[in-house]
Design a protein around this ligand. Structure first.
Ligand code: NDP
Length: 481
């Protein structure tokens, strides 16, 4: 895919041409996709039907035994070639991602996301998964092996539409599974384009994709052929997935977002942590599952931290993603703009103090919500209690650390959290009291391909990344004797 136009053409069904991506019947329906920053038309996305889903599942089932029969080394080498193909198409992929998702090319955004896809595939290929000898005492000998689960369904979200898909597709393929992916209807072209590039290096049928307009997710989950479904999205949809997969006892990994707290202890240097706090909260313009969504700051440093954060935040340019200067973009969709707008307006009405932003141009074409900091907010305000998933951070003042920890733990979700302190040991004492799958110290939200990642409480279950991630797309088999 030498440029943006060829990449787009590869995923756009045109009259008389079969839909090359799913290699199912020609897509009869299409829908227009619009740039969330400018409202401009980007292109046409196919609208696959449940018949297309049936065909994609059949192809994945048929391709799986031969893919699993390849050696681990062969599959690992293939993943490296897929990573090469992504790197070769990196700039067109980043441009499409920027236009459709809205995220800027620069900063920790579109180019970063595409490169992360290649890096993640390589790390997945290089993760060792040795056979475990679980008992060898002279009388009993038992080994634990991990075998493919079969066909894996991947339902991915619109915030990091390429990287999150790779997090799930990469390990699934490594372990000898085939995959049927379903990108979000908000970022269909990005999902299709990534998979088109990957399919340059993968055997037929190993990685299929279907893209609908609101009815395929439930149909996919109900199919008995899937050994595993991996879903990233809202808790409400996660619950529906549990219900519709129950009949087949399908294994699930559910990454259902969060409402991550950051706790700033009194001993910090506000200027030194301000940029880390900013990106912890505002990466991808706040549309990140493990972004910091509530910040608790001790009264003794509250005003200084607010001011340092305001200074950093005010300097970060927001605008159209293709403009190389910008590092923050629009919200991907109007639904999310409205969520952020409602929560900030409620906070204002409740007496909270807006330090920055908070006045969107609702009549503008793009879904731009300005970078917003809300101070002196009630800890039980909806902007604190609900997931805003956008660029509006509530900053809560505390005096008693035990109370701050209790407030951090009182929400129903528990994906990530962070503690900020000059004293690492003190921070670790606080960290272990937080109910979250990951607690970062003096940073927030960084992920690593070798470090397990997953939520607790209503943030879902199942671990991704590293050896735990490989095991989660496998079924264990004990050889005893
Ligand atoms: P959802 O979490 O509701 O997920 C939508 C996806 O789930 C679509 O692909 C949809 O497919 C599929 N789906 C819907 N119903 C079912 C079902 N019964 N069975 C299987 N799949 C189903 O995301 P939204 O985009 O609507 O976002 C809602 C909220 O989720 C956001 O406001 C945000 O707070 C949160 N979110 C969290 C993310 C995270 O990273 N954890 C990412 C994105 C959003 P189909 O349309 O074909 O049914």
């Amino acid at each position: 895919m030498e440029n943006y136009q060829t990449l787009l053409a590869a995923v756009t069904p045109t009259e008389g041409h079969a839909d090359e991506v799913s290699a199912t019947a020609p897509a009869v329906a299409t829908r227009e996709v619009f740039d969330p920053a400018t409202g401009a038309s980007i292109g046409l996305a196919p609208v696959h039907t449940t018949a297309d889903l049936d065909a994609a599942v059949e192809r994945a089932v048929a391709a799986q035994p031969a893919w699993a029969a390849r050696s681990d080394d062969e599959r690992r080498a293939t993943l490296h070639r897929v990573a090469d193909a992504i790197e070769a198409a990196a700039e067109p992929l980043a441009e499409l991602l920027s236009r459709e998702q809205g995220k800027p090319l620069n900063g920790p955004n579109a180019r970063f996301e595409v490169q992360a896809c290649a890096n993640w595939l390589r790390a997945t290929a290089e993760t060792p998964l040795p056979t475990e000898v679980v008992v060898d005492d002279g009388e009993t000998y038992a080994e634990l092996h991990y075998r493919p689960v079969g066909v894996v369904g991947v339902i991915s979200p619109w915030n990091w539409p390429m990287m999150i898909a790779i997090w799930q597709i990469g390990p699934a393929l490594r372990m000898g599974n085939t995959v049927v992916a379903k990108p979000s209807e908000y970022t269909t072209l990005s999902g299709l384009a990534l998979i088109a590039v990957m399919n340059q290096e993968l055997p037929d049928g190993v990685l299929g994709v279907v893209a609908g307009a609101g009815d395929l997710g439930a149909a996919l989950v109900a199919r008995p052929e899937f050994g595993k479904i991996m879903f990233t999205g809202s808790t409400a949809t996660g619950r529906r997935i549990i219900e519709s997969s129950a009949g087949n006892l399908t294994r699930l990994t559910l990454e259902l977002g969060g409402n991550d707290a950051g706790i700033v202890l009194p001993d910090v240097d506000p200027a030194a942590i301000a940029e880390g706090l900013f990106w912890g909260a505002f990466i991808n313009t706040g549309q990140t599952c493990a972004a910091m969504k509530r910040l608790y700051v001790h009264d003794s440093v509250y005003d200084e931290v607010c001011e340092a954060l305001r200074t950093v935040a005010a300097q970060m340019p927001m605008g159209v993603g293709l403009d190389e200067r910008n590092v923050l973009g629009p919200l991907q969709n109007r639904m999310q703009f409205d969520v952020v707008d409602r929560l900030v307006e409620t906070a204002k009405a409740g007496g909270a103090r807006v330090l920055l932003g908070g006045e969107p141009d609702r009549a503008a074409v793009g879904n731009f919500y300005p970078t917003t900091l809300v101070a002196d907010i009630d800890p039980h305000d909806p902007l604190v209690q609900e997931e805003q998933f956008g660029p509006a951070l509530p900053i809560i003042r505390y005096t008693d650390l035990d109370e701050a920890i209790a407030l951090a733990n009182e929400v129903e979700v528990g994906l990530g959290a962070s503690v900020w302190s000059a004293d690492r040991d003190r921070a670790r004492e606080v960290a272990v009291r937080l109910e979250a799958g990951t607690v970062w110290i003096n940073s927030h939200g960084g992920v690593h391909p070798m470090i397990p990642f997953g939520g607790v409480k209503q943030s879902g279950y199942g671990l991704e990344f590293g050896v735990e991630g490989l095991k989660s797309v496998s079924v264990p088999q004990v050889l005893n004797g």
